[in-house]
Design a protein around this ligand. Structure first.
Ligand SMILES: [Zn+2]
Length: 191
């Protein structure tokens, strides 16, 4: 493959490649996005060339566009969602009817995008009953995830903030513990 850059000579015609933009429709996970893609076009004969970088940039733009159009979970949201449920990439894939681990990782890296059906299925797992049902069918052992309020340590209240002890017999309250004990009676065998 010839390495074409902006300003490169087109040997066939003697012209030079200039940066240009084309509008293309790209397919992403069964969805279509229309994006602008940079190209190099020969100023003399119109021959067009697209670099690997230009193709990849357009594919990334298409992923961003379909995610926005269909309201799909972002890579960051998806990662947080999986971590909140305490699932590995593989387990989440299994819960989604066998999506490969590499694809789940690709979703979280923004390399791939889940289609609307997978996105809806993902969101349905937020319901504990649905999650348990899917896990039972997929043979996934769910981790025990404590609700946030139970996982949070009980705060320690400083003594100064505690309410005052109820008023009572001041002599008893302030007396040393030993003084409150009754005298031990002597044992008498014949009593
Ligand atoms: Zn040319």
């Amino acid at each position: 493959m010839t390495h074409v850059l902006e300003g490169s000579l087109h040997r066939k015609c003697g012209g030079h490649y200039q940066a240009a933009v084309e509008t293309v429709s790209l397919r992403v996970s069964g969805m279509t996005a229309t994006v602008e893609r940079g190209i190099l076009r020969c100023s003399a004969c119109g021959d067009e060339h697209r670099t690997v970088q230009q193709r990849e940039a357009a594919e990334q733009a298409a992923i961003v566009a379909v995610r926005a159009e269909h309201g799909l979970m972002s890579p960051r949201e998806l990662k947080h969602f999986r971590e909140r449920l305490g699932l590995t990439h593989e387990q989440l894939g299994d819960l989604l009817y066998g999506v490969p681990r590499s694809v789940v990782e690709g979703w979280e890296r923004g390399r791939y995008v889940q289609n609307p059906e997978a996105d809806a299925l993902l969101r349905s797992l937020d319901d504990p009953a649905t999650l348990e049902r899917r896990a039972a069918k997929a043979g996934v052992t769910l981790p025990i995830v404590l609700p946030l309020e139970l996982a949070t340590p009980i705060p320690v209240v400083p003594a100064a903030d505690l309410p005052p002890a109820p008023a009572g017999d001041a002599s008893l309250r302030d007396a040393p513990m030993t003084a409150a004990l009754p005298p031990v009676p002597e044992l008498r065998p014949d009593a």
